[in-house]
Write a protein that binds this ligand. Structure first.
Ligand SMILES: C[S@@+](CC[C@H](N)C(=O)[O-])C[C@H]1O[C@@H](n2cnc3c(N)ncnc32)[C@H](O)[C@@H]1O
Length: 278
């Protein structure tokens, strides 16, 4: 069996990626440092300067991504002075000018959020996972993320009306149509663009680690075995650990040496686990 590689590199991804060739990665999936006016966090990038900081890095991401590849950016705008800052919206507009297509937006619903109380807002229980592409023809393996049909089918598919047995065109002129009868007798369906994934409380080593299930879903959807995955802000190494388990090659980059050590350890542990499994 072909060896799967997981390389964890230390440095600013802006510099490290300059050593990588054009059109190399099949998927980039990452959660970048927060825009934060408090400099003590590892990011320390001021919200007003976030776009300017991000764009040279996304230029590298654009260069190293294959034309058939996808870039998933997990990000959420912070509240600054009582209102949502606009840096994510500005980032999307500027990345489009840089040459990216803003293909889709997935919502990560943190389904295990505990309740909270603030004077003027409720618990923030979702984050954006923005999908960017270089071309409209990107690889997508939808069958890999199918979900059980669910309870709706039991009632909805029981009594089909006249519009359910034909391709019924959208009434709002969107160009989309649906044929409900197509789903009769099937056990699996395609998911929506809302991902209900619990945050993981197990990872105590990194304050902002995302759950394994998040990169896992995108890696399954956008890559095949042996493909190359990049996480340019890899933190504790979640993306590379998951990529390795799914038999995808990966590169993870982080600027903080302690996180690099942590990520390397996780990847080595995963490699041993794979060997045990074979
Ligand atoms: C939100 S965390 C990522 C957490 C990661 N998804 C995980 O599961 O552990 C962002 C990471 O980006 C790193 N970072 C910040 N600036 C960077 C840069 N210029 N290049 C590479 N990594 C950077 C930080 O050290 C931090 O670990």
């Amino acid at each position: 069996m072909k060896t799967i590689q997981a390389l964890i590199e230390q440095g600013d991804c802006l510099d490290v990626l300059k050593n990588y060739p054009d059109n190399f990665f099949d998927l980039i999936v990452t959660s970048p440092p927060y825009a934060d006016s408090r400099t003590k966090t590892y990011g320390g990038i001021k919200p007003d300067e976030y776009v300017e900081w991000f764009l040279p890095r996304s230029e590298q991401f654009l260069r190293v991504l294959k034309p058939t590849g996808t870039f998933i950016l997990n990000i959420k705008e912070r509240v600054v002075d009582g209102e949502r800052h606009t840096y994510v919206i500005e980032l999307i507009l500027n990345m489009r000018k840089q040459g990216w297509l803003w293909t889709e937006e997935f919502i990560w619903h943190k389904k295990n959020c505990h309740p909270g109380k603030w004077p003027n807002r409720f618990r923030d229980a979702w984050e954006r996972c923005l999908q960017f592409n270089k071309s409209r023809h990107f690889n997508m393996y939808q069958e890999n993320v199918m979900v059980p049909m669910g309870k709706w089918a039991e009632t909805r598919l029981k009594h089909l009306g006249p519009n359910d047995v034909i391709r019924f065109e959208s009434q709002v002129g969107s160009g989309f149509g649906k044929n409900i009868a197509n789903w009769v007798g099937r056990t699996m369906a395609y998911p929506t663009n809302v991902l209900h994934i619990a945050t993981e409380t197990g990872n105590k080593n990194h304050s902002a680690a995302f759950p394994r299930a998040l990169p896992e879903w995108f890696i399954k959807l956008f890559t095949q075995e042996g493909d190359w995955v990049l996480d340019p802000f890899v933190g504790s190494g979640t993306t590379c650990e998951v990529a390795q388990k799914l038999r995808r090659n990966s590169v993870g980059i982080d600027i903080v040496p302690e996180y690099v050590e942590m990520a390397r350890k996780r990847v080595v542990e995963t490699q041993l686990y794979l060997l045990d499994d074979e």
